[in-house]
Design a protein around this ligand. Structure first.
Ligand code: NDP
Length: 493
């Protein structure tokens, strides 16, 4: 595991640079807590500027080796890593459950699994990267060569620690880049283990490094002249800072940011199916998912039918111990985040919207953790603060609508544009609405299905660029044109 035991009783997590754990010279540490109890689980050594420079140096050396390696060999190493990750699935899942409080039933079946799938997908893509040629008969020809960017930085959010580390590194490494990954301060445990696994799989030293620390470490990496590209998963405000900091050296950025995504349910929809999608995509990970469909627009003809089963369904969700395989709702990630979510719960309660379920106090047994019970409000209006803002907690808003044009306008009336869904049995209408919704991912009669081959990312302020899918290589490679002349250069001057 990513930790060494020092004299203290707490395990200490270090950065991982150049193929090994690396002590910090900053003399600064912070702690991570288990959100179900708020007990401290480890101490983390904050990387200092010396470690930032060491990681960039190591990554540049690693890049020289890795980018010169045949794609087939790179692909084999990534596939070996996938095999080890799958063998160690439960251990990685347990680390993320400890860090985030997300139920083990999720982390062991979704987070690690979907991360490994993406590495496997890009291991295949690595072998298909190729250039192109254009002939200029009688003159010459040009070849367009696809080259990696260099040292890429990945900065992760706390809600999917291992999955984000795998998604970002898979794409960067498959394209021949090196990566320095900074996990969120609250979730330091699993990234170092991923680095160990890459090393065991044969990845050359320095190709994947992990720097532990807070936003200042991320910022130092973003500003570093030796870094070619940054990919952040985080809040919109952090995305704006990262983009501004990256501008100093004109780095490319990929930004995977927040959302307030709509689910549109028409009168002719399979209402049970729409309700299943809405509940899962509001309460999975206790609502801490960027792509969740938190604004549920339901046409008036099926409005009450849609609402009727909700209270019973939500009250049946098992809340409690994240390590119990039956648990569906774990704690929120931190006491601070719980306070933010509770504030929105109070705003919802005072808003005049109709409470379908929610407002109950958690079992006193769980009081030491950051638990919040799921809530659903109906008859919401577009301007209510909990309807416009990303709450990132288990709070679902249901809004009635009358017409197709109306719902498209209302669904798009947000600065976000991450995901959306349409439920309707009318093929033409569902596709018309899907075309009109301003979001990077739109599902028809479904929500959240996202195999590794599909691109993911946001419109508007939900992001820049895409992760996953074959097209995302555009964001991690650059095209070099090499023109070869077949004739002498004519005298011009
Ligand atoms: P934050 O934006 O707070 O943090 C994200 C990461 O950025 C953390 O590692 C953080 O460090 C780091 N960071 C903070 N400030 C800077 C800075 N100035 N420069 C560089 N790095 C910095 O997001 P959260 O961790 O709170 O994650 C929740 C957010 O992530 C939500 O808005 C959610 O929607 C979004 N998200 C988006 C996804 C997507 O794919 N679109 C997927 C998952 C989440 P530290 O925290 O250690 O201080």
């Amino acid at each position: 595991m990513a930790i060494v035991t020092a004299d203290s009783t707490l395990p200490t997590v270090q950065s991982y640079i150049d193929g090994r754990y690396f002590p910090s010279t900053s003399n600064k540490t912070f702690v991570a807590v288990y959100p179900a109890t708020n007990r401290t689980i480890c101490e983390v050594e904050q990387a200092g500027m010396a470690e930032v420079d060491a990681a960039v140096d190591a990554a540049q050396r690693g890049f020289a080796v890795w980018s010169a390696m045949p794609a087939l060999e790179r692909s084999r190493i990534l596939l070996r890593a996938v095999a080890i990750i799958r063998e160690r699935n439960d251990e990685l899942a347990a680390l993320d459950t400890l860090d985030t409080g997300k139920p083990i039933g999720e982390t062991s079946t979704e987070d690690v699994v979907t991360g490994a799938d993406v590495i496997e997908f890009y291991a295949g893509v690595a072998q298909t990267l190729h250039g192109d040629t254009i002939d200029f008969p009688g003159h010459g020809f040009a070849r367009m060569k696809r080259e990696p960017l260099g040292v890429c930085v990945g900065i992760g959010a706390w809600n999917y620690p291992i999955q984000i580390a795998m998604w970002k590194s898979a794409l960067a490494l498959a394209c021949g880049n090196a990566m320095i990954f900074k996990p969120a301060e609250m979730t330091p445990l699993s990234a170092g283990v991923l680095a160990e696994i890459y090393t065991e799989a044969g990845l050359p030293d320095g190709v994947f490094n992990v720097l532990q620390g807070d936003g200042s470490v991320g910022q130092a990496l973003v500003r570093h002249a030796g870094v070619a590209k940054v990919s952040l998963t985080g809040e919109v405000s952090t995305g704006k800072s990262v983009m501004a900091d990256a501008a100093g050296t004109l780095k490319a950025v990929t930004l995977e940011l927040g959302g307030k995504s709509p689910i549109v349910v028409f009168d002719d929809a399979d209402v049970d199916s729409a309700l299943n999608a809405a509940l899962t995509n509001n309460f999975f990970s206790t609502g801490q998912v960027c792509s969740n469909g938190t604004r549920v627009f339901v046409q008036r003809g099926v409005y009450e039918q849609f609402l009727e089963p909700i209270a019973e369904r939500v009250r049946a969700l098992t809340v409690g111990d994240p390590f119990d395989p039956d648990t569906m709702i774990g704690p929120l990630v931190s006491a601070e985040h719980r306070e933010k979510v509770m504030r929105y719960m109070q705003i919802a309660e005072a808003s005049g919207a109709r409470q379908i379920v929610g407002g109950d106090a958690v079992d006193p047994i769980l009081a030491a953790g950051n638990f919040v019970l799921p809530a659903v409000y109906a008859d919401c209006t577009d301007d209510m603060e909990f309807v416009t803002d990303e709450v990132f907690g288990p709070l679902m808003s249901v809004l009635p609508f009358d017409t197709e044009d109306e719902v498209v306008t209302r669904a798009n009336a947000t600065p976000y544009g991450l995901s959306a869904a349409v439920f309707s049995s009318d093929f033409a209408r569902s596709n018309r609405v899907a075309n009109a919704l301003q979001a990077g991912s739109v599902w028809i009669n479904d929500y959240g299905t996202l195999p590794a081959s599909l691109p993911f990312g946001g419109y508007k302020q939900s992001g820049v660029g895409r992760e996953n899918g074959a097209n995302a290589i555009e964001h991690y490679t650059q095209v070099k044109m090499i023109y070869s002349s077949l004739v002498p250069v004519e005298k011009y001057m």
